[in-house]
Design a protein around this ligand. Structure first.
Ligand SMILES: [Zn+2]
Length: 505
């Protein structure tokens, strides 16, 4: 029976958010306990990897896997423990291993280590210099050429919002099996485009990205590729590799023709750069408040506070929209949620009473708290939100959580006693684009619509509000480029790497 090792390290690190990501935000499992953890989430990439390798007849030796909730830069201590456990694990693994598969998000930044994924893969490659090594990536990965030079293959998500997490694990496992069975090595071609793209504008079922995803599929089918993907990068990090790129993977051989086709796709994407940013309307907050008053009574309206989106690393403690509603005298809005542990604690044991306390801006220093006099409708403590409170003030309701939490599904609101389908209210959620469960829910709730708000914060859609120091060259939309260059990188385990740049027309 052939033996493979598998593990992972997944984090999306926002370098503009003021707090760090520490142990409280991380789950890390090794060997035996890893198997149990994987079984607890059958939709995960790791489950796809382990189940498929098992089906293909491999003995999988579970390695070390860690996953953190999206947030600030990862504390060095967390990463050091991960690396130590990984090295201990690799010391124990015997040499009769046939392949390596590692599940990475691809946009992790660690204190004093800007390319954490490369550092991890370098450790794996040092231990097994001659084995097929495949990684899986999020479509919002910020991947360096140095990482690509260490691997044979990559499988990345093809959808945003992500609906193909499990199947990406399956594809990664099949790709590793391909390399093991054929004894071939991989060739990777990356074409980097000087462009930052907020994920909201790169949704794969929206134009223009939908057409480019189909173009990538055609290239893959016609060139017999193991993978062709568009990595959108991650703009809310000051990271040299956070730009958009087109990435392809083939078997060993001459791939210069394939490189040319990827370059054509990159040029098409570049020419549509302004279309991405115009693809989804972004509404100013004041206009959204007017929209609340004008909307048809039967319509379900969801406003997305995109600038303070915890699922992309926002602090979730900004109260810009609530403040605007209070200032305009708007009512009927339900805010889900505002992170403020002190406020949530102040409401404990006071259901039915009035509470007056400052709300918001406990992490973000870009504004001042809102003094809120509120009636406590509900309060308590649960695993997801920590101490929480649901309060009403001037006809608006606010769910306050003591722990940052994602609003991935309408079920999250239902658990808090809010009916997400109630037309008497307008939902204001801390989110960028809505996740698949939300989208499915809104499809069932016709008429319903979601609107992106142009709010400030660590995940603002206006990238000119951030200070980037690590970008290697000027990028769109921060600068309009006069002589835009695509950086082409071609590598494989048994060849000299090649790198050149070419003007984007
Ligand atoms: Zn993503």
């Amino acid at each position: 029976m052939k033996r493979v090792i598998a593990g992972g390290f997944a984090h999306e690190s926002n370098t503009f958010t003021p707090s760090m990501t520490g142990w409280d935000d991380f789950i890390m499992h090794t060997e035996g306990e890893l198997g149990e953890w994987i079984k607890s989430d059958p939709d995960s990439e790791l489950y796809g990897v382990f189940a498929t390798l098992d089906e293909l007849g491999y003995h999988v030796i579970p390695g070390v896997a860690a996953k953190g909730s999206v947030g600030g830069v990862v504390e060095r201590g967390v990463f050091d423990v991960y690396v130590k456990r990984l090295q201990q694990y690799l010391d124990q693994v015997t040499d009769d291993v046939d392949g390596v598969l590692w599940v990475l998000h691809g946009s992790a930044t660690v204190q004093e280590e800007s390319d954490a994924q490369r550092a991890i893969v370098q450790i794996l490659r040092n231990r097994f210099p001659n084995l097929p090594l495949v990684v899986t990536l999020d479509l919002h990965a910020s991947v360096s050429d140095e990482l690509l030079a260490l691997i044979d293959g990559v499988a990345a998500y093809h959808t945003a919002p992500h609906r193909d997490v499990f199947s990406t694990g399956v594809r990664g496992a099949r790709m590793l099996d391909h390399f093991i069975r054929t004894g071939k090595t991989g060739r990777l071609v990356s074409v980097r485009i000087p462009m930052l793209l907020p994920g909201e504008f790169g949704q794969t079922d929206h134009a223009p990205m939908s057409a480019f995803m189909r173009q990538a599929e055609r290239i893959a089918a016609e060139s017999n590729a193991l993978e062709v993907c568009i990595l959108q990068g991650y703009p809310w990090a000051d990271n040299a590799n956070g730009t958009v790129s087109v990435l392809g993977c083939w078997d060993a051989g001459d791939v210069s023709g394939q490189a040319h086709r990827l370059l054509e796709l990159a040029e098409d994407i570049w020419r549509s750069r302004a279309d991405f940013f115009a693809s989804i309307p972004v509404m100013p907050v004041a206009a959204a408040i007017r929209e609340v008053e004008r909307r048809p009574a039967e319509e379900l309206l969801v406003l997305c506070d995109a600038g303070d989106n915890p699922t992309a690393g926002g602090t979730e403690d900004r109260v810009d929209v609530l403040r605007a509603a209070v200032d305009c005298g708007a009512c009927g809005l339900v805010f889900f949620s505002v992170f403020d542990e002190a406020f949530a604690l102040a409401c404990q044991g006071r259901v039915g009473e009035e509470v007056k306390a400052p709300l918001g801006f406990s992490l973000d220093h870009g504004g001042s708290p809102l003094m809120l006099a509120a009636h406590v409708l509900n309060a308590g403590i649960d695993e997801e939100s920590g101490p929480y409170a649901y309060v009403e003030s001037s006809g608006n309701r606010v769910f306050v959580c003591g722990r940052r939490m994602a609003v991935r599904s309408p079920r999250t609101l239902a658990r808090a006693g809010i009916d997400p389908a109630d037309r008497k209210q307008v939902l204001v959620v801390k989110s960028g684009y809505l996740f698949p469960e939300w989208q499915d829910f809104l499809t069932e709730q016709t008429p319903a619509r979601d609107v992106l708000l142009g709010t400030p914060g660590a995940t603002s859609l206006d990238l000119t509000t951030f200070r980037y120091n690590s970008l290697l060259s000027p990028v769109y939309p921060l600068t309009e480029l006069h002589n835009p260059q695509a950086a082409v990188f071609l590598c494989g385990r048994d060849m000299e790497t090649r790198r050149w740049s070419t003007e984007l027309k």
